[in-house]
Design a protein. Structure first.
Length: 444
């Protein structure tokens, strides 16, 4: 079984960002030599060795899936270079991750592994890692995510006209796909010879898979994609978030089937169908009409005093006074007080999980006991409920998200290519020997 902590350290990040290992999450060791210069930063042989060791540990039960050591070193080195470039750009652009955010990420990681933070720290140290360096590695992953969000938000816009076009053309694909992915890349401005070389490599890779090679092993060995060392697993994606060529290619594919190489702007793609999920169908949601009275907690009003005031307001309503009248007199929600506390129609979670959980248990006309949220102490009355078909709204949201995600993928990929091309990078590793395809026997 894979160790969950190690799996996290080399895990991919959300929303199709480049998947980089946490190079800093390692114990201090004597430095030997520089294997790459990245602008004003460097990658050390010891740093590279530890990352390669993590990958080989992850695949200890199936080492045949890994490429030769020299090829693996170059794959891992490319990850480290790209990670350093992104972190440097994020730092220089003022993109940060707060201590609270880092703590939240570590708490979430601990919870995933059924630990608390103390146990997580002990587990990391038991594996020979320095906890503070591990924490810095988590910080780097977070700032890279934030950098991607900033780049995408500044470059990608989706108009209503684009959404209308997608819906009118009927080009939306419903459901989700679980895909494996191999990329045989071509450089920007590739020559015809370079394109032909990549095409031949893609064809040979497909032949290896058809001859019995495991797809994940082929991805690890041949793919240039950032998720190559995860066996090319893209996870579950909404079909409309995938490149259009992928969606079209998978229309007729069955589980386990592998596509022929697909030409794309950055190279040749090979995809494997790992699973399909059907669309959820009509989107009918329950909406609630409610009103409330809010008493805020301030420097002058303690939580206990606010709770008492909310209870007194409730007693007035229960005693026969009109809810709207009491809300206008006592509620400190300036937006709704003048409306008699009216919140209007809303979905259950629109005002947070606490309100959502409470409102679902209430009957029409019922007045709640005082309850607390971040805003203060509330008294709420449920006025009515209704079921609303949100299918069209959901469809528009899905269409907008589809266009956005496709643009985002292209824009960030372009940003990374530019980032790398503008950087000074000197790789001091000996060139890797390109592994020749072996006979199609299923063994590597």
């Amino acid at each position: 079984m894979k160790n969950p902590i190690l799996a996290f350290v080399i895990a991919v990040t959300a929303f199709a960002a480049p998947h980089a290992a946490l190079a800093q999450a390692v114990p201090s060791e004597p430095l030997d030599r520089i294997v790459a210069v990245v602008d004003e930063d460097v990658v050390l042989q010891s740093e590279l060795d530890r990352q390669v060791s993590r990958v080989t540990t992850q695949y200890a039960n199936s080492p045949q899936q890994l490429p030769p050591r020299d090829v693996l070193e170059h794959q891992v080195l490319e990850r480290l270079i790209l990670q350093k470039l992104q972190v440097t750009r994020a730092d220089s652009s003022g993109v940060k991750a707060s201590d609270a955010e880092i703590d939240q990420a570590l708490t979430g990681l601990a919870a995933q592994n059924k630990m608390d933070l103390t146990q997580l720290r002990a587990a990391i140290q038991a594996q020979g890692m320095d906890y503070e360096q591990f924490r810095r590695g988590v910080r780097d992953e977070l700032v890279v995510q934030h950098l991607r969000q900033r780049v995408v938000q500044s470059r990608v816009q989706v108009s209503d006209a684009e959404v209308d076009t997608v819906i009118q053309n009927g080009s939306m694909h419903k459901g989700q796909l679980h895909l494996g992915y191999i990329l045989i890349s071509v450089p920007d401005g590739a020559t015809p010879d370079q394109i032909e070389t990549a095409r031949k490599k893609a064809d040979e890779t497909k032949q290896q898979i058809d001859g019995g090679m495991d797809f994940a092993a082929a991805a690890i060995r041949y793919s240039d994609a950032p998720n190559a060392l995860e066996g090319g697993d893209l996870g579950w994606r909404n079909i409309d978030e995938l490149p259009q060529a992928f969606a079209q290619a998978t229309d007729a594919m069955q589980d386990g089937q592998v596509s022929a190489p697909i030409r794309g702007p950055n190279g040749f793609h090979i995809i494997k169908m790992l699973g399909k999920r059907a669309d959820a169908g009509a989107q009918v949601v329950t909406e609630y009409n409610a009103r409330h009275i809010l008493i805020k907690v301030t420097e002058l009003v303690s939580s206990e005093q606010a709770e008492k005031a909310a209870g007194a307001a409730r007693q007035k309503v229960v005693g026969g006074e009109d809810f709207a009248k009491v809300a206008k007199e006592l509620s400190q929600d300036t937006t709704t007080a003048r409306l008699g506390g009216e919140l209007g129609w809303f979905a259950g979670d629109a005002y947070g999980t606490q309100v959502g959980k409470l409102i679902q248990t209430m009957k029409k006309g019922e007045i709640s006991q005082p309850f607390q949220t971040d805003a203060g102490w509330h008294v709420m009355q449920l006025v009515d409920t209704r079921s609303t078909d949100k299918t069209n709204d959901v469809q528009r949201d899905q269409a907008k998200n589809m266009v956005f995600q496709r643009k985002a993928e292209d824009e960030y990929e372009s940003f990374l290519r530019q980032l790398r091309s503008e950087a000074y990078i000197e790789i001091r590793l000996p060139p890797a020997a390109t592994p020749a395809p072996t006979p199609a026997t299923g063994a590597l």
